[in-house]
Design a binder for this molecule. Sequence first.
Ligand SMILES: [Zn+2]
Length: 261
Amino acid sequence: MTAANACAYCQRVAKLTREHIWPASIVRQVSGRFRYNANRTKLLWSDLVINDVCQSCNNGPLSELDTYGTQLFETYFARYITEQGSVCFEYDFETLARWLLKLSFNAARSVGSDAERLSRYAPALIDKAVDLPQDFSIALDLVLPSDIPGVGREILPASNRLCRIEFTNGVGDWCTVRLVAINSYYFWILIQDKPDAEVDMHHAQAVLSKIRGTYLEPSATRVTLMPSGATTVEIHKDAVPEMRAKASKTAALQYRKGFRR
Ligand SMILES: [Zn+2]
């Protein structure tokens, strides 16, 4: 049983701090980019906050992960991929995985879904000496802009999203799928909750067919990415029910407004 005022990462009872889910350094850069359209920034980069992390976790190991995420933002995510073509993505798998899992764990606690499942990674997220469980894989897709019929305007994949992907008819009962989307870059995290032997093949195929992009090999340090063909509108259409169900009423409202423009 966890004490009510215990840190979600180290479990110590300590003074808990208020933390933004997206690193402030990234939000600042995005705000700068949309300086002349403050409304849009507000709509698309919602400012989710959690307050169950202690100062030493927050300012220490978790902030180091954000430093890495910010570097990736500056090198890759800040620029939209607007046409077919390859991108060479260089990464440090251990640090990247820890950063994506931290973002997902924080978001999960803020909306109350998957928090229990993702908490299994917490010890490794605050201590590099602790091995990450090897029960997940990551695929990365590049999402292209799309035209909305009748609007006659290109819609850039200008958003940040952290969510759980829902499956119907029990096809996803063996796994947890999380999306971390930053502009054109869509990270799909597949966590296997059951051993291979227990997974229905058809269910496995149904889930895998939803996950697009290139598998990130844990032992590699670079990968050549090609857009799968997924576009902004197509992706976001899928997410609407999820947004409505899981996100706050405000976030869902913001999301719809963002597309009505
Ligand atoms: Zn802590």
